[in-house]
Design a protein around this ligand. Structure first.
Ligand SMILES: C[S@@+](CC[C@H](N)C(=O)[O-])C[C@H]1O[C@@H](n2cnc3c(N)ncnc32)[C@H](O)[C@@H]1O
Length: 226
């Protein structure tokens, strides 16, 4: 899989890309990540890529031309899935993350300032929001999407693809988990987890999963009943 990020702030990415599971997935050639600064595609000598909005109003808007030129410069951009990060997009969730995995090449376009010229939308396949709040720029949204997709690539999490036990994999939350010590501050690990009885442990976990989802996210259970 290939991920290309169009951003004015490529230096925001390396610290995340050079750590842990993401770093290993890149080193193992499970994913290739390319960062493109669309300021390099500015058409004026001062390399500006933003301007004031027609009709007036606060802030600056990203211009369409540098983004268009940057998109056109990417090999395979015609067939890649081009995603725009915007609070006005489709609300991101685990099911979209799973669907994105089917794409060989995804291009993520990060906005900034007050956003972008509306005509940018004409060169995009999908608009995604990571939540009903407004970020300063699309970089954090792009990183969240990249991270959540990369960990689903077969082999990215190591030998066992443990994401199948994660919250949201099956419209439910994960069950409670414990590790050593057996007792801390008077709080004990549930006996069943120490019993060695795998059938009983699986039953307990399934019950806990249902209970937790019902308490915290009943909307997820309603989804499976639809
Ligand atoms: C300050 S925001 C602009 C918001 C824009 N004026 C609006 O209300 O739709 C700047 C950029 O941050 C990114 N952004 C902000 N919130 C986001 C969110 N919830 N999901 C995805 N991207 C977001 C987008 O790329 C956006 O163009």
């Amino acid at each position: 899989m290939k991920l290309t990020i169009l951003t004015l702030f490529p230096e925001m990415f390396p610290s995340i890309l050079n750590e842990s599971i993401i770093k290993r997935a890149i080193n193992n050639n499970l994913v290739e990540v390319n960062l493109i600064n669309f300021r390099d595609f500015a058409t004026n000598k001062h390399k500006t890529v933003d301007d004031t909005p027609y009709g007036g109003g606060a802030g600056m808007l990203l211009q369409v031309e540098p983004i268009y030129r940057a998109l056109k410069s990417i090999p395979g951009s015609d067939t890649a899935l081009k995603i725009l990060l915007t609070p006005q997009g489709k609300l991101y969730n685990q099911s979209i993350a799973k669907d994105l995995l089917d794409n060989e090449h995804i291009i993520l376009v990060c906005g900034h300032y007050e956003g972008f010229d509306e005509r940018v939308r004409d060169y995009i396949d999908l608009e995604i929001s990571i939540g009903d709040y407004v970020l300063t720029g699309g970089e954090i949204a792009a990183l969240a999407i990249m991270d959540s997709v990369i960990r689903l690539i077969p082999g990215a999490l190591g030998s066992e693809d443990s994401y199948i036990h994660d919250s949201f994999y099956e419209d439910s939350l994960d069950y409670p988990q414990y590790t050593k010590p057996r007792e801390f501050d008077g709080k004990k690990v549930p006996d069943v987890l120490l019993s060695g009885n795998h059938a009983e442990i699986a039953k307990w976990r399934e019950n806990q999963k249902q209970k937790r989802t019902k308490e915290r996210r009943p909307d997820l259970l309603k989804k499976t009943q639809q």
